[in-house]
Design a protein around this ligand. Structure first.
Ligand code: HEC
Ligand code: HEC
Length: 252
C-alpha cells in the first residue's frame, strides 16, 4: 500500500513536471498570418535588426544576410534570446532571456519570413513509442557535441554546444532544421525528428536529469511508466493550449 502511494506520488510529480514544461513550448503553429503582423514586424526590425542585417535582410557591413533564414530560424533566434546579437563580432551568439514579448516575436518572425524563402516553423509530435529510436539517433548525432545526457559540451574555438535543459520541443526541432552557429543542419524525415525531440524531452524531464547512464532506460521502469503518463498529459496540454491560442490569437 505504501509502495503504491509512493508510486502514485512519483507519477504526480513527474506528470506535474512534464505539464509545467509543456506550457513553455505550447503554441499554435504560426502558419496563418495575422493581419498587420508583417507591418508591425517591419517596424520592430527597422529599429532592432536592420543596422546589421540590412533593410531587406541583405546583411550590411559584413554582418550576415538573413534573406532566406525563414520562420524557423527567426523563431529560434528570438525565443532563445540569441538575437538581437550583442557581442563582439565573431563570437558565438549568446543565449539570453528573449528581448521581445510573444506578440513581437511573432511579428518579427512574420517579417523575416516575408524576406525570402526559408524553412517554416516545424511541426513536432512527442511520441513515447519513438523513445528508443530517438535514443539511438541522439547518441550518434547529438551526444558527440551535447553530451550523452544533453548537459552540453565545449567545442573548439571557445564555442559551446549549449545544454539542452532549457530547450522545449519546438526549440529542439528548430535547432535541428536550421543549424544555429556551429551546429550542423539535420533535415530529417518527420518520424526521426519526432523521435529525437521525444528523447530530448525525456532527458529533460527524467527524474534525475543527467543522472542515468547511456542506455539507462532499462533500469528505471517505474520512472519510465511515470514519464509515459507525463507525456500523455503533456501531449494533451500542448494540444489544448494550441487550440486555445488559435481562438484567442494570444499565447499569453
Ligand atoms: C549587432 C548585429 C546584429 C543585430 C542587431 C541582429 N543580428 Fe541577427 N545575426 C547577427 C549575427 C552575427 C548572426 C550570426 C550568429 C551565429 O552565427 O550564430 C545573426 C544571425 C541571425 C539569424 C540566423 C540566420 C540564419 O542563417 O539562420 C536570424 C534569423 C537573425 N540573426 C535575426 C535577427 C533579428 C530578427 C534581429 C533583430 C531583433 C537581429 N537578428 C539583430 C547579428 C545581428
Ligand atoms: C557539431 C556539434 C553539434 C552537433 C552534432 C549538434 N549540435 Fe546542437 N548545438 C551545437 C552548438 C554549437 C549550439 C549553439 C549554437 C549557438 O549558440 O549559436 C547548439 C545548439 C543547440 C540547441 C539550442 C539549445 C538552446 O537552449 O539554446 C538545441 C536544442 C540543439 N543544439 C539540439 C541538437 C540536437 C537535437 C542535435 C542532434 C540531432 C544536435 N544539437 C547536434 C552543436 C552541435
Amino acid at each position: 500500500m505504501r509502495r503504491l502511494a509512493a508510486a502514485l506520488a512519483g507519477l504526480l510529480v513527474v506528470g506535474g513536471v512534464a505539464v509545467a514544461l509543456s506550457l513553455e513550448p505550447a503554441r499554435a503553429d504560426s502558419h496563418d498570418l495575422e493581419p498587420g503582423s508583417i507591418e508591425r514586424g517591419a517596424r520592430l526590425y527597422q529599429a532592432g535588426c536592420a543596422t546589421c542585417h540590412g533593410d531587406s535582410g541583405e546583411g550590411v557591413d559584413g554582418w550576415p544576410p538573413i534573406v532566406n533564414a525563414g520562420e524557423a530560424s527567426a523563431d529560434f533566434q528570438l525565443r532563445t534570446g540569441r538575437m538581437p546579437y550583442a557581442q563582439e563580432r565573431g563570437q558565438q551568439a549568446q543565449r539570453k532571456p528573449p528581448a521581445y514579448g510573444e506578440q513581437e516575436i511573432r511579428d518579427l518572425v512574420a517579417f523575416v519570413a516575408s524576406l525570402g524563402d526559408g524553412p517554416a516553423i516545424p511541426e513536432v509530435t512527442l511520441d513515447p513509442a519513438l523513445l528508443s529510436p530517438g535514443q539511438r539517433l541522439f547518441a550518434s548525432n547529438c551526444a558527440p557535441c551535447h553530451g550523452a545526457s544533453g548537459n552540453g559540451g565545449a567545442l573548439g574555438g571557445g564555442a559551446i554546444a549549449w545544454p539542452l535543459t532549457d530547450a522545449p520541443p519546438l526549440i529542439v526541432a528548430e535547432a535541428m532544421i536550421t543549424g544555429p552557429g556551429q551546429m550542423p543542419i539535420f533535415d530529417w524525415p518527420q518520424e526521426d525528428l519526432n523521435a529525437t525531440v521525444t528523447y530530448v524531452e525525456y532527458l529533460r524531464s527524467a527524474p534525475s536529469p543527467g543522472g542515468f547512464s547511456i542506455g539507462g532506460i532499462g533500469p528505471v521502469p517505474e520512472g519510465l511508466v511515470a514519464w509515459f503518463v507525463g507525456m500523455a498529459a503533456l501531449a494533451a496540454v500542448v494540444y489544448l493550449v494550441g487550440r486555445e491560442w488559435d481562438r484567442t490569437g494570444d499565447g499569453g
